[in-house]
Design a protein around this ligand. Structure first.
Ligand code: DC
Length: 221
């Protein structure tokens, strides 16, 4: 199996780039953030403090999380319900970021993520794919973009989804999540030593062209 890891902070455009590359190479795009978001959604719906390790641990026993690929598109199921449309709100982002710092949450998702990569050729995006989940990935990218452009991207996405939120609020909660995600003790969002930096501040076509060159070379194309 061939695997490509794309890690990086929120709003860098990992998902969009991974979608395009997955289509191009016929790989499955595994969006691991969606799995953390599904847990975040469960905690939010059940009013469980996402930083309370004991409470979150108990919650995980009542939670059945499934990931399916329908026409190569990822759907996440929470106790049998397809919650894919409900996981992209700003509130769920906060719950996902806080609970993702907890070991029980990361342990819960580790095998699920590795198992997909055993079954399919994957392009997997997240925070710790190159460092923890797929340390032997064939290609590892660490993607970034300027803070402004990341916040603009997230703001636009939320407005399109009908959430009424100011740019300033998006920016401040994004910076707070970045801090949580990159400074946590377990699996912080940092580049793997053998990762290739992928800057997505400019036109997406340039990012894709750069990534394709690297991937083609590794595929021996
Ligand atoms: O990529 P995203 O914004 O959908 O991720 C939501 C949160 O989940 C993010 O704040 C950090 C966490 N996450 C993580 O800790 N590890 C991953 N592999 C993916 C996401």
């Amino acid at each position: 199996m061939f695997s490509i890891a794309i890690d990086g902070p929120s709003g860098a455009g990992k998902s969009t780039v991974a979608d395009i590359l997955a289509e191009e190479y016929g790989f499955v795009h595994v969006d691991t953030g969606a799995m953390y978001r599904t847990i975040g959604l469960y905690l939010l719906r059940n009013q469980i403090d996402p930083s309370d390790e004991n409470a979150v641990s108990k919650a995980l026993c009542n939670l059945d999380l499934n990931v399916e690929y329908i026409d190569k598109k990822q759907h996440v199921y929470l106790n049998g319900e397809d919650v894919t449309p409900f996981i992209r709100t700003n509130e769920v982002s906060t719950y996902a970021s806080k609970s993702s710092a907890l070991k029980p949450v990361r342990d819960y998702l580790l095998d699920a993520q590795r198992n997909v990569a055993k079954k399919y050729n994957v392009i997997m995006d997240g925070r710790d794919i190159g460092t923890v989940i797929l340390p032997h990935a064939n290609v590892k990218f660490f993607m970034n973009a300027s803070t402004e452009s990341r916040a603009h991207r997230r703001h636009k996405e939320l407005l399109e989804k009908g959430e009424s939120i100011t740019f300033e609020k998006v920016l401040s909660s994004m910076l707070e999540r970045d801090k949580n995600d990159s400074s946590r003790k377990i699996a912080p969002a940092i580049p793997a030593e053998d990762s290739i930096p992928l800057d997505n501040s400019g036109p997406i076509e340039e990012t894709i062209a750069f990534a394709k060159n690297v991937i083609n070379e590794r595929l021996g194309k």
